[in-house]
Design a protein around this ligand. Structure first.
Ligand code: AMP
Length: 191
């Protein structure tokens, strides 16, 4: 089962993906996490990406598609993947579809986590204190929210044209959000 989680920064995509990953044996692939790992390892790719990420802009399609392609065949992805923060452009979405078709797979479910902007600001301020991420500051958040609005406006219609994109109320406590996601799984399996 391959799932895509959409949602603005701080919506809880990462938290929910980790819970679903553990329960269903799926593998979360977050291009943001992969890029941060490159940055902290000081690789050439990481050095290129850091400035772009700190500005809250998008890293090139080529880089992120390459990172995903390098991971989808690993044994940990054999039961399926939760894509988190990817795809962010129509070109990434088309490349992902092509990658899955080659493997006799597809995207089975696309979900959007919805959270109010005010709550996002509060969550990001908290995460900045706890994790010290260099892109967790209010100015970068505003850019990343604008980035989310713009990339979701590009990519969600691509998926809506293929089927339903259920919304999940991300304002609820973590376990209730998980319950909503699981009930969407159950309704899709029953369909
Ligand atoms: P995230 O943790 O998903 O918000 O990603 C952090 C930053 O990494 C983003 O603001 C972008 O600069 C970059 N990034 C992550 N995923 C992608 C992607 N799919 N396409 C382009 N840039 C990305």
């Amino acid at each position: 089962m391959n799932i895509i989680f959409f949602g603005p920064p701080g919506a809880g995509k990462g938290t929910q993906a980790k819970i679903i990953e553990d329960k269903y044996g799926l593998k979360q692939l977050s291009t943001g996490d992969m890029l941060r790992a490159e940055v902290s390892e000081g690789t050439e790719l990481g050095l290129q990406a850091k400035e772009i990420m700190d500005r809250g802009e998008l890293v090139s399609d080529e880089i992120v598609i390459g990172m995903i392609a390098a991971r989808v065949d690993s044994p940990e992805c054999s039961k399926g993947v939760i894509f988190d923060g990817f795809p962010r452009t129509e070109a990434q979405a088309a490349a992902l579809d092509a990658m899955l078709v080659e493997r006799g797979q597809k995207i089975d479910m696309v979900l959007e986590l919805l959270v109010d902007d005010e709550a996002l600001v509060a969550r990001i301020e908290k995460r900045a204190l706890e994790e010290g991420r260099s892109d967790d500051n209010i100015e970068a958040l505003k850019n990343r929210l604008a980035q989310y609005r713009s990339y979701s406006a590009e990519v969600l219609p691509y998926y809506r044209a293929q089927g339903d994109v259920p919304a999940v109320d991300g304002m609820k406590p973590i376990d209730e959000v998980t319950a909503q996601i699981e009930s969407i799984f159950a309704s899709q399996e029953a369909a």
